[in-house]
Design a protein around this ligand. Structure first.
Ligand SMILES: O=C(O)C(=O)C[C@]1(C(=O)O)C=C[C@@H](O)C=C1
Length: 106
């Protein structure tokens, strides 16, 4: 398979405790890039949703869908043992980002 930017530089089979500070920061740098890539993908899908809503004359905001997204965020946070309020705050921002973009493209 072709080399890509997500390659962890051969640290895959090491535990985090075995890595140097620089190697640990490389891990963070790769994860940060993947987070931004996923945010871009989420935004892209939301733009398609916005186009469907526009065609069908449906309002931009769907509060029940937002609640479902927030509930899932909380469940996933618990599953991966991270603070659910923090994860929900991030998802609130992601939803707001989409709503601003969806409104601007109307
Ligand atoms: O699912 C939708 O209808 C979307 O537009 C996506 C999204 C989201 O970011 O999750 C954004 C705005 C809506 O109010 C609900 C959810």
């Amino acid at each position: 398979m072709a080399h890509d930017d997500t390659d962890r530089g051969g640290t895959d089979d090491m535990t985090l405790e075995e890595l140097s500070l620089d190697e640990l920061r490389d891990e963070i740098r790769n994860i940060d890039r993947e987070i931004v890539e996923l945010i871009a993908q989420r935004t892209y899908v939301a733009e398609s949703i916005a186009a469907v809503k526009r065609e069908e004359g449906i309002p931009t905001t769907d509060e029940s869908q937002e609640q479902a997204v927030m509930d899932r965020a909380g469940e996933n946070a618990q599953r991966f043992d991270v603070d659910d309020n923090l994860v929900k705050a991030i998802f609130r921002l992601l939803i707001e980002l989409n709503k601003v973009e969806q409104r601007e493209s109307r």
